[in-house]
Design a protein around this ligand. Structure first.
Ligand SMILES: [Zn+2]
Length: 183
């Protein structure tokens, strides 16, 4: 076990599979999403991080958060916020269709879908937290294939594809922030 910070390498890909709060950087290393204690499970061959939780944390306007899209309605998505400023938190956010893109959004599902992970900015100081992903560097940072459920990879030409079934999907991807990049 060792203390890690976001982006820090935990081990090489051959050693373990990425589990909680750990991602593969696409260049051979497993890295941590959060501040916490890295745990290598030699029996299951998984690498995970036990995040440090800061209790009683309230979010402030302007803070960048990460969250999981838990449900998507016609004009709003509910976001389970799990991280702010790289500290683990637990809060609920709402992402309105008007805060998704600077272009006209006809169908919200072309931009975000349930189980996507997003990076967003908080617009207010009180729950429920209102979020925006309009800025180029904000948006989806991890997503799964709507057809087969495998992870989607971002190609060098900016296309989200499924390596398993070949499906191509549309999202509002965070520029420079997507976690699984085809090298
Ligand atoms: Zn697929």
């Amino acid at each position: 076990m060792s203390f890690v910070i976001p982006g820090e390498a935990i081990c090489v890909e051959e050693e373990a599979l990425p589990s909680g709060y750990v991602y593969s950087d696409g260049r051979g290393y497993l890295r941590s999403h959060v501040i916490g204690v890295a745990v290598l499970n030699k029996y299951k061959k998984t690498a995970s991080v036990r995040p440090l939780v800061k209790r009683g944390l309230t979010l402030k306007q302007g803070v960048i958060v990460e969250g999981l899209i838990s449900s998507v309605y016609e004009d709003v998505a509910v976001v389970k916020i799990y991280q702010a400023d790289n500290i683990k938190i637990n809060a609920t956010g709402l992402l309105h269709i008007s805060q998704i893109s600077s272009e006209y959004v006809a169908d919200i599902q072309d931009y975000i879908r349930p189980s996507d992970t997003i990076k967003a900015r908080v617009l207010n100081n009180m729950p429920p937290y209102l979020l925006t992903i309009k800025e180029p560097q904000l948006g989806v940072i991890h997503a799964y294939c709507s057809s087969c459920g495998e992870e989607l990879y971002l190609t060098s030409t900016g296309v989200l594809t499924c390596n398993n079934c070949g499906r191509i999907e549309k999202r509002k991807v965070a520029v420079g922030g997507y976690l699984l990049v085809v090298s």
